[in-house]
Design a protein around this ligand. Structure first.
Ligand code: GMT
Length: 382
């Protein structure tokens, strides 16, 4: 285990429901619990952050001005970072999601004028695969990576994509995402489940921001295939651009009495623990945090063999992975599992075990501490 105690760390993230913000905030809490002083900096308080003596939040104010068609958030962020760094003597600035957080961190270091401060960039996915690789952002993303003292990616897949598309000379470590195994835990059947399914009806679940990458229409098609074999139910948690199309398909397939769209939920951990399977057929998920949360609840995951998901879900053990779009294979294999009590139970157990062995917070947080310490050691000798 790494040495514990007292680093002063700034964590920069997006505060919204996206996975990168959730990971950043959970890491901040874990580091604070391990004795570090952690300052989270963003334009709004992240949705599930609880501050304490060791865990503080600083809001970036972005003033409006008629001249600004696009208010320069990165500059306001750099100013706030410089102020917090000076005031709290931060040693490391940890940018979650490269754009524009890493760039703002270098500027803050220069404003503050202390070359010993380290900058770590953690890549989460779309900061490389969608946004960072767009010609509008690619050169500045590549520059941000080259200037970071260390770069981590949440999966081998994302590391390889970054080397291939943005920066082939970068050195990138892989630190996987992690999950709170107490909040996301297997639970007995609860009253809550009866709102969505009867006792003998398998309950399938999907949870996302309903963006095209999530392939929510495939979620409906997989469910439709399962429904041919058994009286299952589907709960769709979240909201986003593909929701109307998914609702249309549900009606076309006459599944509307079997499917519930709940909209966004700030904390779906209890509901997730009531599911019999979690569907995440995305075509380019760099990691799939929601899949990890499902596994932690003992819920097997059905998804596509794409992106970083195969690093999270083991096909035939903790879930099912098929080619992108092969809803027939995903649905028929899921039916077999759900139709056999012993098989279903062994998937549940292996799902939970996989998380306990590889993705527990107390296994992953020390790896970030190691990265911080090695950065600081290198910068001390500059
Ligand atoms: O795509 C999302 O759901 C949001 C996005 C984000 O940046 O918040 O998620 C990315 O980061 C998550 C946390 O590391 C990963 O679990 C997701 O797989 C990743 N999304 C994609 O790669 C599409």
């Amino acid at each position: 285990m790494s040495e514990s105690c007292d680093l002063r760390i700034g964590i920069i993230c997006y505060p919204t429901y996206g996975g990168s913000g959730a990971v950043a905030v959970d890491l901040a809490a874990a580091l604070a619990n391990r004795g570090h002083e952690v300052h989270v900096i963003s334009y709004a308080s992240p949705f599930r952050m609880e501050t304490s003596g060791k865990l503080l939040f600083h809001e970036v104010a972005v003033p409006e001005y008629p001249l600004f068609r696009y208010p320069p958030y990165a500059m306001a962020l750099a100013s706030k970072l410089a102020e917090v760094t000076a005031h709290h003597e931060l040693q490391v600035l940890h940018a979650h999601y490269a754009i524009p957080h890493s760039m703002a961190a270098f500027v803050a270091r220069e404003i503050h004028g202390d070359e010993r401060i380290g900058v770590l960039t953690t890549l989460h996915g779309t900061d490389i695969t969608l946004v960072g690789s767009d010609p509008s952002y690619r050169p500045s993303t590549a520059y941000a990576l080259r200037r970071s003292d260390a770069i981590t990616a949440v999966s081998e897949y994302l590391k390889d994509e970054t080397l291939r598309t943005i920066c082939d000379s970068c050195v990138i470590g892989v630190v996987p995402n992690f999950v709170d195994t107490v909040r996301y835990a297997p639970r007995e059947r609860m009253e809550l489940r009866t709102h969505y399914a009867k006792d003998d009806e398998p309950l399938l679940m999907h949870m996302s921001n309903f963006r095209p990458v999530k392939r929510v229409l495939d979620v409906v098609r997989v469910f439709h295939r399962v429904y041919q074999d058994m009286p299952a139910r589907l709960v769709m948690v979240g909201d986003g651009p593909e929701r109307p199309a998914a609702e249309r398909l549900v009606r076309e397939l006459e599944l509307h009495h079997r499917v519930t769209f709940t909209g966004a939920m700030p904390d779906a951990s209890r509901l997730l623990s009531q599911a019999d399977a979690f569907l995440l057929p995305s075509d380019g998920e760099s990691f799939g945090l929601a899949a990890l949360e499902a596994l932690s609840c003992g819920v097997p995951v059905v998804g596509a063999r794409a992106g970083g998901l195969p690093e999270v879900v083991i096909d035939g053990e903790s879930g099912i992975l098929e080619s992108v779009g092969d809803c027939e294979a995903m649905g028929s294999r899921l039916s077999e599992i759900l139709g056999n009590v012993a098989t279903r139970e062994s998937y549940r157990q292996r799902a939970r075990r996989r998380v306990e062995e590889h993705f527990r917070t107390d296994r992953v947080a020390p790896r970030y501490e190691d990265v911080y310490r090695s950065i600081l050691e290198r910068r001390a000798h500059r």
